[in-house]
Design a protein around this ligand. Structure first.
Ligand code: UDP
Ligand code: MG
Length: 204
């Protein structure tokens, strides 16, 4: 089974769309799955939507944080609760193309233990955001010793990797980088960043 982990912060208008789009892609590819939403302390109807859908759809479940802890914490909680033989982390706003999950899963079936989603472009963002991100990755890549400028949180991990990440005691992780650091048999899938399906970026 594949676990799909979706962090969601004030994504009320997108829960259903994300669930049905991803579910349909996996159904067509005949991939057994569970879809886990982590409501990261939203103040809108995100959790109500998750609960409503989880009563209807057997492959969906959700959890809710007591406040906004940030996407990293939501990913960690998702990984801790995933029951699949592998898991994919994907954004709720469909910027990560769901059909790429199938490509990632097929690579996992061939024996890869980490499949990194690599951004071909950075989508549309303001000049200041672009500058800030560029500077951040320049420093990070320098310190880490590998190029992270096209890295993303969109990735698939084998159960072995999930179990190890779950044991790392760091309170403030950086998921995007840690999957590079942890080793294992790795490959990449390149994707075009879609436009956010609804609403605005949740980053300040
Ligand atoms: N997100 C989250 N907690 C936060 C901020 C964002 O769980 O504090 C989720 C958000 O709902 C989305 C993903 O992380 O599923 C990426 O966020 P967003 O699309 O706002 O980021 P961007 O695409 O602008 O980098
Ligand atoms: Mg986004």
């Amino acid at each position: 089974m594949l676990s799909v982990i979706i962090p969601a912060f004030n994504e009320g208008e997108l829960i259903e769309k994300a669930y049905y789009t991803i579910s349909e892609v996996l159904k067509n590819a005949d991939i057994d799955n569970e879809i886990i939403f982590i409501d990261d302390g939203s103040s809108d109807e995100t959790y109500a939507k998750i609960t409503y859908l989880s009563n209807k759809e057997k492959n969906l479940r959700g959890m809710r944080f007591s406040r906004n802890f940030g996407k990293e914490a939501a990913i960690s909680a998702g990984l801790a609760s995933a029951e699949g033989s592998c898991a994919v982390v994907i954004d709720c706003d469909l910027q990560h193309p769901p059909e790429k999950i199938v490509e990632m899963y097929r690579l996992w079936q061939q024996g890869y233990e980490i499949v990194e989603g690599i951004k071909k472009n950075r989508g549309e963002e303001s000049k200041i955001h672009s500058f800030a991100a560029k500077s951040f990755y320049a420093v990070l890549s320098r310190v880490a010793g590998f190029d992270m400028s096209h890295a993303s949180d969109f990735k698939l991990l084998d159960r072995k990797v999930i179990d190890i990440l779950n044991k790392i005691p760091e309170r403030k992780g950086f998921f995007r980088a840690i999957s590079y650091w942890v080793g294992f048999n790795k490959t990449e899938v390149v994707f075009d960043l879609n436009k956010r399906a609804e609403g605005d970026s949740k980053w300040s």
